[in-house]
Design a protein around this ligand. Structure first.
Ligand SMILES: [Zn+2]
Length: 256
């Protein structure tokens, strides 16, 4: 195991989710950034780059933050990781202690599939955050042009996979190894350089494919019209961990 993957595996995805829900992002960030009301959310001076006019926004509703100045963004975990240089397990344990949530170990024998399911759920959140951020503007325009409103987009879990290897990088920060990201189908190992993996979905709209229980098992992707079409496969292989989508399982959204 690398990069804390083993430690992370000690926590069930459910307890990670409980901590995320219990920790109010506004009060956590509010300890480090002076936040003022702005529209539906709050804004302040970004702690990740130098600025004199606030371009750092926090959404209580979505429990996310985003800086339109430097493009950084994420959830309460990534905020503290980025600001304080803490590892994901350390942030998780600290917030769990603060919110009184007990971190449970995954059920015996289920750690591997739980870990994968958790990875896929984290990828969905990452893609959604990217769509909401400054890098997702072209995708948002495209979706608006297809009459997909923000409520629908949220309900379907539509997101944006940025160019580069940002998802793999993000998941590394969450304690996942490159092999785990590869196993999830979200990264591909380089043939020329087997030590490297790269994001399967780059510069495309992505949507989660769920099983009957509503758990993400894979992602589908589509390129924006007019964009270069040299990116790899449009659908990630389904992961071996969670149950694959059975016939009748919820397919991806009816994107045109
Ligand atoms: Zn910033």
């Amino acid at each position: 195991m690398t990069r804390g993957g083993r430690r992370k595996g000690l926590f069930s995805p459910e307890s990670v989710e409980r901590v995320r829900n219990a920790a109010d992002i506004v009060s956590v960030i509010g300890r480090h950034v002076d936040l003022k009301k702005a529209g539906n959310g709050l804004k302040g001076l970004c702690p990740f780059h130098h600025e004199k006019t606030p371009s750092f926004f926090v959404s209580r509703e979505r429990q996310t933050w985003h800086c339109f100045g430097c493009g950084a963004g994420g959830d309460v975990f990534s905020f503290l990781m980025g600001l304080l240089g803490m590892s994901f397990p350390d942030v998780l344990e600290e917030l769990a202690a603060e919110t009184g949530i007990e971190l449970e170990a995954p059920r015996a024998g289920d750690a591997r599939s739980d870990g994968l399911r958790d990875l896929l759920a984290e990828a969905r959140r990452f893609f959604e955050e990217q769509l909401a951020g400054s890098g997702g503007s072209a995708a948002r325009e495209y979706l608006a042009g297809r009459d997909l409103g923000s409520d629908t987009i949220r309900a379907l879990g539509v997101g944006w996979a940025p160019d580069g290897n940002l998802l793999t990088k993000h998941l590394r920060g969450r304690g996942y190894s490159d092999s785990q990201v590869e196993e999830s189908g979200l990264a591909i190992r380089s043939r020329e350089d087997p030590g490297r993996v790269y994001d399967r979905f780059r510069a495309r709209i992505v949507f989660p494919i769920s099983d009957r229980r509503g758990r993400v098992v894979s992602f589908g992707g589509r390129i924006l019209p007019g964009a270069r079409a040299d990116a790899p496969a449009a659908t990630a292989p389904q992961t071996p961990g969670p149950q694959p989508a059975a016939p009748g399982g919820a397919p991806g959204p009816p994107l045109p």
